[in-house]
Design a protein around this ligand. Structure first.
Ligand code: MLT
Ligand code: ZN
Length: 415
């Protein structure tokens, strides 16, 4: 079904609820945990026709936007009004606002501006029974009971179908600069990133390994960005009203363990440096669709994780390859494993248990979806999961909204 208005969404859900027909909401289909994929004949509710995009409110720096608008279109609308939507990710031209809210997407500038939840001022969603929950005023302060917007953000389509939201916008910086920095090893890169987090112009700190860089260079036919080899790389984005280029150049000239760097200020060269980072997902997909494990650990455990992960993977699935990259300022690493074949579940189990033992999370920004729900118990207590089920039961008593996502399957006889 492809509804074009909130009333049409309401009508479809009302009918599905009455008939016990399960529904999977879908946006740009860029999710990475199977969250928009029907597993057992559910009706797919394609929300991309929800294209509402109100004029930007420059005074209150906010905009009301439909679930089907892409992140890229939202970013351009904000830019045309001299403002900025501060969630950004490589899939910006396909990912939809509704999907990014449903998964509480993090992205490249989470370090500085937080994730999607921090941008949502108001929400419109439709409950399983068709009731429309609309609270789109988008006030900076609004202390009037349960924060439904925050609850729906990250609920992965299990509590209501998000149809629109009021999103906060920020000022547009006048200047930006990008650096790609090579380090002797991962420890030096993480140490530098840990200290550069505090530089107020730094908005993104993206880490990747030499294997991932070699892969993206081959896949995208790119020259290697620096002379010589490095043990780890960081892409650093800085922005501000004053040109941050000199400060960024000084930063990357001063850090310990730096073996080379390139700094760019014009848009074309900045985009070229970002390609080494933004091309990673499709370069790895080109090897084969990988096992994708998006995890966070305390930053103090990050070097150990990226060093140990390939060893653990090789023990469980000999010959499999681990490609890692991520948002180092948030402790968020994307572990991508190719070649694990029928050992993929065993690899996921080993790595996710390791991450939980390190005090980390089995999902930093991609969500649980259908792919990770069997491991939710590693990071959420039985009482928490029971509370999730009670919330789901209150908002969707017939269990028609995305029944195979997020919550672990109930063992027969244990309900
Ligand atoms: C990214 O950081 O590029 C995204 O989370 C996508 C991915 O992990 O492949
Ligand atoms: Zn990411």
């Amino acid at each position: 079904m492809r509804p074009a208005s909130v009333d049409e969404v309401s009508g479809v859900l009302d009918l599905c609820n009455d008939h016990g027909t399960a529904v999977v909401p879908q946006g740009g289909n860029t999710g990475l945990v199977g969250g928009s994929v029907p597993l057992a004949g559910e009706l797919v509710l394609d929300l991309r026709r929800l294209q509402r995009l109100d004029p930007v409110d420059r005074t209150d720096r906010r905009v009301v936007v439909g679930a089907g608008v892409t992140l890229g279109d939202l970013q351009r609308a904000a830019a045309d009004a001299g403002l900025r939507y501060r969630v950004d990710l490589a899939a910006r031209d396909t990912a939809t606002v509704g999907g990014t809210i449903a998964t509480n997407a993090g992205g490249l500038a989470h370090l500085r501006f937080g994730g999607t939840r921090q941008q949502v001022l108001g929400i419109e969603g439709v409950r399983a029974d068709g009731a429309v929950l609309s609270h789109l005023h988008g006030l900076a302060k609004d202390n009037t009971g349960y924060d439904v917007a925050s609850l729906l953000c990250g609920s992965e389509g299990t509590l209501a179908v998000i149809t629109a939201a009021t999103l906060t916008l920020g000022p547009r910086p006048r200047a930006a600069a990008t650096a790609l920095v090579g380090f002797a090893d991962v420890a030096a890169a993480v140490a530098a990133a840990t200290s550069w987090r505090d530089v107020h112009t730094v908005e993104a700190l993206e880490l990747f390994g030499p294997e991932a860089l070699a892969l993206v260079c081959t896949a995208e036919h790119l020259q290697r960005p620096l002379d010589g080899d490095a043990g780890a790389y960081l892409v650093v984005e800085a922005a501000g009203d004053e040109d941050p280029a000199d400060d960024l150049a000084a930063l990357v000239a001063s850090g310990a363990g730096i073996v080379g760097s390139a700094v760019a200020t014009d848009r074309a060269r900045r985009t070229a440096l970002w390609r080494y980072r933004e091309g990673l997902t499709s370069a790895i997909n080109g090897v084969e669709p990988p096992l994708k494990l998006d995890v966070t650990v305390p930053i103090g455990a990050l070097v150990g994780l990226v060093t140990d992960a390939p060893v653990l993977v090789d023990r469980v699935a000999p010959g499999a390859r681990t490609w890692w990259f991520g948002h180092v300022g948030d402790g968020n690493v994307h572990l991508n494993v190719t070649g694990s074949g029928d050992r993929a579940d065993a690899v996921a189990d080993r790595l996710l248990r390791h991450v939980a033992d390190l005090g980390g999370s089995i999902s930093a920004e991609h969500g649980i979806g259908t792919a990770k729900r069997q491991w939710l118990h590693l990071v959420r207590s039985a009482a928490e999961i029971d509370t999730f089920r009670r919330l789901k039961g209150a908002m969707d008593p017939n269990g028609v909204l995305h029944p195979h996502a997020l919550l672990p399957e109930v063992e027969p006889g244990s309900a």
